[in-house]
Write a protein that binds this ligand. Sequence first.
Ligand SMILES: C[S@@+](CC[C@H](N)C(=O)[O-])C[C@H]1O[C@@H](n2cnc3c(N)ncnc32)[C@H](O)[C@@H]1O
Length: 234
Amino acid sequence: MLRAVPSAGGPPKRETIKTMSELDNQRHFWDTAGAAKTFTHPIDFAWLSRLASTARIIDYGCGYGRITGLAQQQGFASVEGVDTSARLIDRARQSHPTVSFRVLLNPPKLPYSDTSVDAVLLFAVLTCIPTDTGQQQLVTELTRVLRPGGLLYVSDLLLQTDQRNQARYQQHAETYETYGVFETDDGAICRHHTVDWLQNLLLDGFNIDTTRQVTVETMNANSANALQILAVKR
Ligand SMILES: C[S@@+](CC[C@H](N)C(=O)[O-])C[C@H]1O[C@@H](n2cnc3c(N)ncnc32)[C@H](O)[C@@H]1O
């Protein structure tokens, strides 16, 4: 996306705002095969107990609004789900007609001003953003919108130790230049992470408050280990 920036004399110069690559924004997959999936990462609302019920919470990559709806049921009155998939947002609106949802056209850019958000939920989204650069761009944008002391609750998939996963990490490591990135049979390109990678991603802008490992069912119904991190914006 291009925007005009002021210049001293002459026509305004054009400056490139960084948008995600196609690999980091697989909108077609999430609007087709991905739109019918079931997502399962559990949320522990005790981790959000320091937030007031009026806290502004963004569920980034909300899918069909599973966690967004749970947050509303929990009593949070100002929660909004955002996602790049119009199909999943349609599904979210049908399931949760009183919750606010938005389609993101230019991820990771968010339509919120600096330091205006109290908490961001980021559940099983990094796994859909395979490149280091894409993940870093997203974390930079979340850092921008969160207020100091704001919370980032991440849940994402770890590198698995079973043979099936290790074979596919190996198979695709060279193509995607990252061990842990792989192609699924139904056309997605996903990433599994080391604990260190997920924690280091947050080091610049956040203090890590709490972590835990959980077992989840993946969108293709396999059991997998995931890491959850509660981080506090500095
Ligand atoms: C595995 S689903 C998880 C959905 C939801 N967070 C949950 O746990 O129920 C991943 C979601 O991230 C969305 N997504 C993928 N890439 C994205 C991106 N670059 N920016 C925003 N959302 C993205 C997909 O459309 C999908 O809804």
